[in-house]
Design a protein around this ligand. Structure first.
Ligand code: NDP
Length: 385
């Protein structure tokens, strides 16, 4: 039986690599749903190549060109965020790959879990924003969440078959674009520099989040929710080569690690085939070509975002949702050259200091906290809402 896939954000970095895995494995997958925000031309090309049953374009103003581009096919075309959520929960989907970016990923994750689908989760913001709600729902609906994020895929693989409690999760960190730059130089870094990640080719938002280490902070929160590990048992270790994708330490002192060259197709393939593994061709990892694997402490004064994320995780409630909302606005402003790189974390601090805190949030409370964080971030940066 073919696995029926919904790929949310199929035109992005993870989406395109998910389609590479589909291409690598003829006969194993059926593409039920593909979605994009605005890139209707690429979405139409993908729909043709993979004979997608349905496509959704989030930006409703682009419905007509997409519909016209697929007029001679059987692909059904819809537009808007509501259509996306409806299609995700539809009967023709086994696995939802959530490769959306930002807060926009939360509601589709919820819709997929509500419908009892397996979720292959790249959109870490779903868990950063609403981890408590999402994990409760997954358990209630017995809907599995398999991580795509490489660090969490590594931990997931290290935990497979283990029953004993974990002593520590060790999340590795490449250090982002500015790891070799002194603290004084950070005041004047440019968008182009921040987008030059030393190891990974990724979408713009996560690449900026990697440069501030907001991404690593979010991964600590994501690890907490996925594996039920408290904040004090999750540590972050700088590992510039990005070969050890993360590790788990057990109570007997043993440490398990998952290694490989930096290539997101590996964790994507694992998430799609779990609990089996795919047969993949291509270059194999060669230890002799990587004779040095090094590890170091993260400079927490240079990267305050990491401790801010730990604080948000300890506070719980809507704190991390607020951090995420502020970060999204500030990253977009930085990419649009409307604020400096250092303003990203300043915005987060300002917003967290003023936002309303809800201890036991409902889904509606997350939406309100996100909207409030966006408003406050706009105010701080002097942007039009
Ligand atoms: P990209 O920016 O490359 O792609 C995002 C995708 O989502 C695109 O298809 C985009 O459509 C669509 N999209 C963006 N915003 C919206 C919206 N508001 N509504 C509907 N669709 C939207 O992101 P990445 O692939 O880099 O990242 C996706 C997720 O995976 C993120 O959460 C990221 O943190 C996580 N991740 C990514 C990794 C990577 O290597 N890229 C590694 C680990 C995790 P369009 O093309 O039309 O704009």
């Amino acid at each position: 039986m073919k696995q029926k896939l919904a790929i949310l954000g199929s035109t992005g970095s993870i989406g395109v690599q998910t389609l590479d895995i589909v291409r690598e494995n003829p006969g194993r997958f059926e593409v039920s749903l593909l979605t994009a925000r605005r890139n209707w031309e690429q979405l139409a090309r993908q729909a043709r190549e993979f004979d997608a049953a349905t496509v959704v374009i989030a930006d409703k103003s682009l419905y007509a060109p997409l519909r016209d581009a697929l007029a001679d096919t059987d692909t059904k075309v819809f537009a808007g965020a509501d259509a996306l959520e409806q299609a995700v929960g539809g009967g023709d989907v086994d696995t939802v790959v959530n490769a959306l970016v930002g807060y926009a990923g939360l509601h589709p994750t919820v819709a997929a879990l509500e419908a009892g689908k397996k979720v292959a989760l790249a959109n870490k913001e779903s868990l950063v924003v609403g981890g408590a709600y999402v994990m409760r729902l997954a358990e209630e609906k017995r809907a599995p969440i398999v991580p795509i994020d490489s660090e969490h895929s590594a931990i997931f693989q290290c935990l497979a078959g283990e029953r004993s409690p974990v002593r520590r999760l060790i999340v590795t960190c490449s250090g982002g674009a500015f790891r070799d730059l002194g603290r004084e130089a950070l005041a004047s870094v440019t968008v182009e520099q921040a987008l030059r990640h030393p190891q990974w080719q990724m979408g713009a938002k996560i690449t900026i989040d990697s440069s501030t280490l907001v991404n690593k902070g979010f991964e600590v929160i994501e690890a907490h929710w996925l594996f039920g590990t408290p904040a004090e048992r999750i540590s972050v270790l700088l590992h510039p080569q990005s070969i050890v994708h993360s590790m788990v330490e057990f109570e007997d002192g043993a440490i398990k690690a998952q290694l490989g060259t930096p290539d997101m197709r590996m964790p994507i393939s694992y998430a799609l085939f779990f609990p089996a593994r795919a047969v993949r061709s291509g270059e194999r990892f060669d230890f002799l070509r990587h004779p040095q694997l090094t590890f170091a402490e993260v400079d927490r004064a240079k990267y305050p975002a990491l401790d801010i994320a730990y604080d948000c995780l300890r506070r719980g409630g809507t704190a991390a949702c607020t951090m995420n909302g502020a970060n999204e606005v500030a990253v977009a402003a930085f990419l649009a050259r409307r604020c400096a790189w250092l303003d990203i974390v300043r915005t987060i601090e300002y917003v967290l200091g003023r936002a309303t805190f809800v201890e036991r949030p409902s889904l509606a409370d997350y939406a309100e906290a996100n909207a409030e964080a966006c408003r406050l971030a706009h105010d701080f940066l002097g942007l039009q809402s």
